[in-house]
Design a protein around this ligand. Structure first.
Ligand SMILES: NC(=O)c1ccc[n+]([C@@H]2O[C@H](COP(=O)([O-])OP(=O)(O)OC[C@H]3O[C@@H](n4cnc5c(N)ncnc54)[C@H](OP(=O)(O)O)[C@@H]3O)[C@@H](O)[C@H]2O)c1
Length: 236
């Protein structure tokens, strides 16, 4: 059984994501955190590009000789009351200096073709990891979710971008709910990451159909819009 997945995001009115271009006031960022906290989730997950903003950028591949490390999941059990921060970093690029993000213990989602030296790096730092498939370009997100539930006890998960990551979860039919803090800016820049960027998508129909759960006025002229996902993923 997979965790319940809520995609919680702060898009512009034109559905784009690069909030660093928008001068969002502090009250807006706080509202994003406050509304996320209302879900009492066990973990939050982001793609490698978004997580690069929290890590010390990218790790340079090292030629250090590491012995072969078995491709078995490395599970450091959760301390009571803690939630996990999860990175989809199948190729092992993120240069963590710590085993936590903003106080939340890290889990890396990898594929079996990751270099041994990266596994050694994660073990040295006390960072949990799990394998979701054999190849980086074919990650099995359903398996990742299953393992998060059974091995780490994650029952409720916040999916927090960016667009490629949200798109890949949606395509696989793994999103249960959307929680959007619509931010009062029109970004207008073609090619910027959008709420759902589905790789190679040239489908005739929309990726998902939604049902409105609630709309509320929020701080900093934002709207908090919640939808449940009616039909999800693998559209024609
Ligand atoms: N406004 C908001 O609420 C909000 C929230 C979050 C992020 N953002 C913004 O969104 C932007 C980044 O979004 P993005 O779409 O460019 O990147 P992203 O989703 O953060 O990261 C994409 C990367 O994650 C890895 N990945 C994700 N799904 C995967 C899959 N199914 N299979 C294999 N690898 C997968 C890949 O890493 P590799 O390339 O290493 O293979 C991929 O290139 C940033 O500007 C960030 O600030 C905004």
């Amino acid at each position: 059984m997979k965790p319940y997945v809520i995609c919680h995001m702060m898009p512009s009115v034109d559905g784009r994501l690069r909030a660093d271009r928008w001068d969002v006031p502090e009250a807006g960022h706080k509202e994003y955190e406050r509304t996320a906290d209302t879900y009492h989730a066990d973990a939050w997950v982001c793609g490698r590009k978004t997580m690069e903003e929290f890590a010390k950028g990218r790790r340079r591949p090292k030629r250090a000789r590491t012995g072969k490390i078995p491709r078995t999941d490395y599970v450091i059990p959760r301390e009571k009351g803690k939630r996990f921060a999860i990175a989809i970093d199948t190729r092992g690029k993120l240069a963590w200096s710590d085993n936590e993000v903003e106080g939340d213990p890290l889990i890396e989602i990898l594929t079996e073709d990751v270099p041994d030296s990266y596994l050694a790096f994660l073990r040295e730092r006390g960072i949990s990891y799990l394998f979701a498939g054999k190849r980086a370009n074919d990650v099995d997100l359903a398996l990742a979710l299953e393992k998060l539930r059974t091995k780490f006890g994650v029952k409720k998960l916040m999916l927090e971008g960016g667009g490629e990551t949200n798109g890949s979860f949606l395509r696989e039919g793994l999103v249960d709910e959307l929680s959007l803090l619509l931010t009062p800016v029109a970004d207008g820049q073609p090619g910027e990451p959008a709420l759902f960027d589905v790789e190679g998508a040239h489908h005739r129909k929309a990726m998902a159909k939604l049902r409105l759960k609630s709309v509320r006025r929020a701080a900093a002229d934002m709207l908090w819009i919640r939808y449940s996902v009616r039909t999800n993923g693998r559209a024609d």
